[in-house]
Design a protein around this ligand. Structure first.
Ligand SMILES: Cc1ncc(COP(=O)(O)O)c(C=O)c1O
Length: 417
């Protein structure tokens, strides 16, 4: 297969099933080899010393046989190559979890003396906590997107946004934010959109982070994280990963690579379901407000008039659990779980109301999901007071943007958003 993306770009759906597997036919295998070795025998210690020296000096992925799996693993490398291609980035570096990935980025910047971070709320609760508590010795300034340029200082090493954000699905204009960052790298957490809906590098982000635990894996059975970026920053991240040890397990790398192959199909199907649920929820008198991104996507959030805990207790088909991006639908109460660790005042001021529920649409039939939601909403009791004005309808969900080689061009066009 021709993999020269510069001359013959493959569509994203094609990359999803072929990237990271280009050599399989030559190897005479069809499934990706899973290498579980922690160490690699070698009678050539001079050669190993040279590979270790080269890695210490540059952070480039070692050439030749691997030495030790905290340094390099061939199965994980396949997942990294595939994800980099899907994100349109030069490189990708995988980690044990999304939080390990974020930690490595912060450590890489702090090691250059750049300990100040500018961030836009809301972020996933634990990302917020990591920054706000300064657990890695960083200092954060929270701003609205319009305040980014003014908040940047000489020691600012990073600007962080999530779009659509967890859990309110608030969106930021990546291109505009990237411009306000000047020379400071912009990190976009692309967990909710995935490269199927949005490729932040094309809009000026230098670093793209995923909790791979979510849509990339797609089946709720892998914990992982990954950063897509330029090779220069990837080299630093590999050195931090080697020294701090937050590596992805090779079996997780195998499962994540397999997950990527169905990512476009899963995202399209689940997004259509989420859009339809958003439309129905917006018309439901038991629902005060619906949050659904203009970009589309498989997440929908909504605020209820009644008791949100009763909705969680009332679902039968939808799984009442934190996390998202699985083939089955999940629902959770952010103020109790995903954002519990964020101080109440910070939660509320970033739009995370106590009545907010966050649902991750899976691949079930939409009518079955709606029946389950309706029954759970009835359990929650209250509906819109008769005297209250009917809330503004949720934005009309747009079809999921086409994926593939022309997705970026269409995404940039307002008509497609
Ligand atoms: C948007 C986002 N970023 C990062 C993370 C952290 O990822 P992980 O749980 O894989 O460490 C999460 C987890 O929910 C998330 O939702």
């Amino acid at each position: 297969m021709n993999t020269d993306a510069a001359t013959t770009p493959w569509a994203l759906a094609t990359e999803a099933v072929h990237a990271g597997r280009e050599d399989l036919a030559a190897l005479g295998v069809h499934a990706v080899p899973l290498d579980l070795s922690t160490t690699y025998p070698s009678y050539d210690s001079r050669g190993e010393a040279a590979r270790i020296d080269a890695f210490a000096a540059t952070g480039a992925r070692p050439d030749g046989p691997p030495v030790y799996s905290r340094l390099d693993n061939p199965t994980t490398a396949r997942f990294e190559d595939a994800l980099a291609r899907l994100e349109g980035a030069e490189s990708a570096v995988a980690f044990a979890s999304g939080m390990a990935a974020l930690s490595a980025v912060l450590l890489a910047r702090a090691s250059a003396g750049l300990r100040h971070v500018v961030a836009v709320r809301p972020l996933y609760g634990c990302s917020d906590h990591l920054l706000n508590a300064g657990l890695l010795g960083t200092e954060v300034t929270w701003v609205d997107p319009a305040g980014i340029a003014d908040a940047i200082r000489p020691d600012t090493g990073l600007v962080i946004v999530e779009t659509p954000a967890n859990p309110t699905l608030a969106e930021v204009d990546i291109r505009a934010v990237a411009q306000s960052c000047g020379s400071v790298p912009l990190l976009v957490d692309n967990t909710f959109a995935t490269p199927v809906l949005q490729r932040p590098v094309e809009h000026g982000a230098r670093i793209v982070l995923h909790s791979a635990t979510k849509y990339l894996g797609g089946h709720g059975d892998v914990l992982g994280g990954v950063v897509a970026c330029d090779e220069e920053f990837a080299r630093l991240l590999r050195q931090v990963r080697f020294a701090t040890g937050g590596v992805l397990h090779p079996l997780a790398g195998y499962l994540l690579l397999r997950g990527l192959s169905t990512l476009p199909v899963r995202m399209r199907a689940a997004s259509a379901t989420a859009a339809e649920l958003a439309r129905r929820l917006a018309a439901d008198p038991r629902v005060a407000r619906v949050h659904y991104p203009k970009l589309g996507g498989a997440m929908v959030a909504f605020e209820v008039y009644g008791d949100p805990h009763a909705v969680i207790g009332g679902v039968r088909l939808i799984t009442p659990a934190v996390s998202l991006g699985s083939v089955d639908s999940l629902i959770q109460h952010p103020a109790s779980i995903s954002h519990r660790i964020v101080a109440e005042g910070d939660r509320r001021s970033s739009g995370v109301s106590d009545r907010l529920l966050r649902m991750s649409a899976g691949l079930e039939d939409v009518e079955d999901l709606w029946r389950d939601l309706c029954e759970a909403l009835s359990a929650a009791g209250a509906a819109r007071p008769v005297s209250s004005p009917v809330p503004a309808p949720a934005p009309v969900p747009v079809p999921v943007p086409p994926h593939g080689r022309d997705a970026a061009a269409r995404q940039a066009s307002p008509a497609a958003r």
